[in-house]
Design a protein around this ligand. Structure first.
Ligand code: ZN
Length: 135
């Protein structure tokens, strides 16, 4: 199990429109999609930067994971997502090496990816996501 690249970087923001504005007007990137992921109580906005995406996350519910994160730690870097080949097997392999998993089996994330999170207590503080494009 070796990640192939950084698929995206997740950033928690309070206001999607304001932050989209920054990435577009200041950095000159183009938001190519806004998508709500009801399951995770977030609205997401995506930017492509080379092979990697920036995923902005605005909470749609203060009790959701991003709502709680911002309440506790404020806006900013939220998670790092590695693209892997064979997500189920990758999860099994890191679990065997002692990593605590948040998701034992993959679920559907934004962009039609299969995703699963590793617990930040097992990854030196960085909430880590594995994702795989199936199809
Ligand atoms: Zn993500």
């Amino acid at each position: 199990m070796i990640p192939t690249h950084i698929e995206h970087i997740g950033i928690a923001v309070k206001n999607l429109d304001d932050s989209i504005n920054y990435y577009e007007k200041v950095l000159g990137l183009k938001c190519y999609k806004v998508e709500e992921v009801k399951d995770q109580k977030v609205k997401t906005a995506f930017f492509q930067v080379g092979q990697t995406k920036i995923e902005l996350l605005e909470s749609t519910d203060p009790e959701g994971p991003i709502g709680k994160f911002i309440e506790k730690r404020g806006e900013g870097l939220h998670h790092l997502a590695f693209a892997v080949n064979g997500i189920e097997d990758s999860l099994k392999q890191v679990e065997e090496k002692g990593v605590r998993l948040i998701d034992k089996t993959p679920r559907k994330g934004a962009e039609g990816l299969d995703i699963a999170f590793l617990h930040p207590k097992s990854t030196f503080g960085t909430l880590t996501e594995f994702c795989e494009k199936k199809s």
